[in-house]
Write a protein that binds this ligand. Structure first.
Ligand SMILES: [Zn+2]
Length: 349
């Protein structure tokens, strides 16, 4: 038995977060994942929504299992070109303007040209504006300062920038000697890296999986409809691998795998949750059970869409989610170990 190598997973994660992929503009990152899987000789197909489904045939081809993680991230779109030459934003996904203030960003035009800028509150300079500290950060006063010599809207349009261009945030990825991984987009690229490394291990070691297993790399989770379709009818168990939410009163941490018992959508399947705990205990894997108060996953989206499946949610613990995210390689490792045993386990029903 060989677990996937955590260092390799972290290196892959670093590559993934460096490819910008706000929900709605994920083709580049999906192509990267597709090529990774092609090299492993894994069958993949894209759905019309642009997500990728990889399938590994198993011993039992009547009952299937599906695991999913999402590659789309938070981001924004150009809402308006101001007469000052600055850009107004409209946010993609659930987060606050405070969490992107001062962030470097990239604007991609529909022709594929890329420009850089900084997201700032209009009245940022303390030498000029009295309310620089106190003003509420909102859509009216947050704007992008382009790194181009632009003085008005016409100058901006002349660059090819228009309303609807995608904006992505600097991933600011860092690995620390103490084993922490910091980046904006650990949600959910940490889990995508874990799934890809798991597939690689299964292929390298020629592991025969007990059931045909699909891996859905979904691309619309942050806006709520990532993994709720293209679920083969044979699918019995559907496990979302997505970040564990940390904060006051939460048991999730940056070192273990978080097993979600309930989120805003309701409880996850009881038997599957118990099976995941049993696998963690049997294999000495650090885990935490937790409730995520303001959270929904691709698994709960699938249930809502009417799929008759056994659904679950696990993932690495991510601190300060949807903002300045951080986790530790221990959490990646524990999540990877649990999934390694899960894909080889018996189904709960
Ligand atoms: Zn997520």
């Amino acid at each position: 038995m060989t677990y996937p190598d955590t260092k390799e997973t972290v290196d892959l994660l670093k590559e993934l977060v460096s490819i910008s992929s706000p929900s709605g503009n994920t083709n580049e990152v999906i192509t990267f994942v597709e090529n990774f899987l092609k090299e492993l000789n894994v069958d993949t197909r894209r759905n019309r929504k642009g997500a990728l489904i990889a399938t590994i045939p198993g011993k039992d081809d009547q009952n299937h299992r599906m695991l999913t993680a999402h590659v789309d991230t938070l981001g924004a779109i150009v809402k308006e070109i101001k007469s000052s030459g600055r850009l107004k934003l409209d946010l993609i996904g659930g987060f606050k303007y405070n969490s992107i203030e001062g962030e470097y960003c990239e604007i991609e035009t529909s022709a594929g040209k890329k420009f850089t800028g900084t997201i700032l509150m209009h009245q940022t300079s303390v030498h000029v504006y009295k309310d620089a500290g106190k003003a509420e950060r909102n859509q009216d006063n947050m704007e992008i300062r382009l790194d181009e010599k632009v003085h008005n809207a016409e100058d901006v349009k002349a660059l090819g920038i228009e309303v609807g261009d995608f904006i992505s945030f600097d991933p600011r990825v860092q690995l620390t000697p103490s084993g922490f991984i910091k980046s904006r987009h650990l949600d959910d690229k940490a889990s995508v890296a874990i799934l890809l490394q798991l597939i690689k291990q299964v292929k390298i070691d020629n592991i025969e999986l007990p059931y045909t297993t699909h891996f859905l790399i979904s691309n619309n989770e942050e806006i709520g409809y990532g993994g709720n379709s293209n679920i083969p009818p044979e699918t019995v168990e559907y496990l979302a691998v997505d970040m564990g939410a940390m904060g006051d009163g939460q048991s999730t941490d940056e070192y273990t795998v978080s097993i979600c018992v309930k989120d805003a959508s309701g409880p996850y399947h009881y038997e599957l949750r118990k099976r995941l705990v049993q696998l963690a205990k049997a294999n000495d894997i650090g885990y935490k059970l937790d409730v995520y108060p303001f959270y929904g996953s691709d698994a709960s989206a699938a249930i809502r869409a009417g799929h008759d499946i056994v659904h679950g949610l696990v993932g690495p613990g991510i601190d300060s989610s949807h903002a300045f995210e951080r986790t530790h390689q221990d959490s990646i490792e524990n999540t990877a170990k649990l999934l390694y045993h899960y894909v080889q386990s018996e189904m709960v029903i």
